[in-house]
Every structure is written in structure tokens, then in C-alpha cells.
Design a protein around this ligand. Structure first.
Ligand code: ZN
Length: 244
């Protein structure tokens, strides 16, 4: 009996060593693949798909609130979405809940010699549709086929139903006086300071794979002060933030 048990033990430890070796070898191989650019790109895409699936299965509002509503090409505006708008002095409209922070941001910017001006804010679905058609026509006139023109246009203009401008939380901002101050000066100030007021640069140059939108230094989105500070400090975009 005793002898038998000891034999079993030997066999067992032999298999354990082999097992550990195999796990290590496989781990090394997996690490190599995981760190290849192709795999990283695929992982990003899978993550985004998973996010939208989560949104469909669990409902986006379960773990977020109105400030963090994710709207992109994979996450259309939810059915029955409604927003209370406030009209600003220039005729632009935004969700009334972001107005106090927006006003404060503009007041503080002006106090520092910055000249911000909103040139696009809340849009209706019809307006978004029109923008998309105009953009597609622009590329068609440049000689692209309908299919190509649509593809390029969609990297610049969100499809109707998938634009943040339709939820009243996004603003396109430029310089109020381009002779005196270049838009880039305004964007630079906003990029560095907007998080203090709950806004973020929504489409950074290095996040286009994740946001699905080309770099847009003029587009700012309200997410609330807490999220904005974290997004800014961690240098992540909204998709990455919501993937916690
Ligand atoms: Zn915009």
C-alpha cells in the first residue's frame, strides 16, 4: 500500500512539472501575439464591440447617468431619448443642465483673453441628415464614387442617430475673431481647462480607432466634472472610461 502510494506521487509530480512547462511555453507564445500591433488593433475593436453589446444587454443607463450617455457609431441614441434645451444668446441650444458650467467656462476663458465662440451645438436628426448629405456630395464632387464618398464622409460626420450633437451635450467651438486669435489658441485653452467645468476634448488625435471619429480639436462634450477630471488626468477617451 505504502509503496503504491509513493509511485503514484512520483508520477503525479512528473505530470505537474510537464504541466508547468507547457503553461509557461504557451504563456510566452500568447504574450508575443498579444503584443503584436495587429492583435492590439483587434483587441481595441473587440472591446468596442463588447461595450456596445453590454449596452444592448444591460442597458446603458444601468451604470451611468445622463452626463455619461455614450453615443457613437456603435451606440445610437436610445429610443425615446428626450432633452430639455435652453437657448443661448447666439441662438444655439444645449441641454439646460450644462448651461451654468458652460457659461462659467466661457466667462473664465474671456477673463484670460481667450475668445471662444460656439458654431455648432444641439442638432435635430434632420439637421444631422442634411450635414451628412452635404458631406457626401462634397466628396462625390471631388470625384469619389458614392460608396467611397459615404465612407469618407462618415469619418467626419456622424450618421444621423449617432451624433452627440443630437443629445445637446456637445459643442463645436472656434475663435470669435479669427483675425485677432487663431482657433487653435482657443482649442488649446479649452483642451487644458475644459475639464474643470465638466467638458472634455471628445475626439483626440490618438484615439480615433476607439472613438471612430477623426481628430476634431473643436468638439467638446459635457460629461460632468468628476468624469472630466479623470478622463483628462488619465488621458483616456469616453469609450475607455466607460469600459471600467
Ligand atoms: Zn461636433
Amino acid at each position: 500500500m505504502v509503496q503504491g502510494r509513493s509511485n503514484r506521487k512520483k508520477k503525479h509530480s512528473g505530470r505537474t512539472v510537464l504541466g508547468i512547462f507547457l503553461v509557461l511555453a504557451m504563456g510566452t507564445a500568447v504574450l508575443k501575439v498579444v503584443h503584436s500591433p495587429f492583435f492590439e488593433d483587434m483587441t481595441d475593436k473587440l472591446l468596442v464591440s463588447w461595450n456596445s453589446l453590454k449596452g444592448v444587454v444591460f442597458g446603458q443607463t444601468a451604470e451611468t447617468d445622463w452626463q455619461l450617455l455614450l453615443v457613437n457609431r456603435w451606440n445610437p441614441i436610445p429610443d425615446g431619448f428626450d432633452v430639455k434645451l435652453v437657448t443661448l444668446s447666439g441662438g444655439h441650444q444645449v441641454d439646460e443642465r450644462i448651461y451654468p458650467d458652460l457659461q462659467k467656462m466661457f466667462d473664465d476663458a474671456r477673463a484670460e483673453g481667450i475668445l471662444p465662440m460656439i458654431y455648432s451645438s444641439y442638432r435635430t436628426t434632420q439637421k444631422q441628415q442634411q450635414l451628412m448629405e452635404d458631406e457626401i456630395n462634397k466628396y462625390r464632387q471631388e470625384g469619389y464614387s458614392s460608396r467611397e464618398a459615404k465612407k469618407i464622409a462618415e469619418t467626419w460626420v456622424a450618421r444621423p442617430g449617432t451624433s452627440e450633437h443630437q443629445i445637446g451635450l456637445a459643442l463645436d467651438i472656434t475663435s470669435a475673431d479669427k483675425e485677432k486669435q487663431k482657433p487653435a489658441v482657443v482649442w488649446e485653452w479649452l483642451h487644458k481647462n475644459s475639464y474643470r467645468y465638466g467638458f472634455i476634448l471628445r475626439y483626440p488625435e490618438d484615439k480615433t480607432d476607439i472613438t471612430g471619429i477623426s481628430s476634431e480639436p473643436w468638439h467638446f462634450r459635457y460629461v460632468g466634472e468628476k468624469a472630466a477630471a479623470e478622463l483628462y488626468q488619465r488621458d483616456i477617451c469616453l469609450e475607455e472610461y466607460l469600459d471600467r
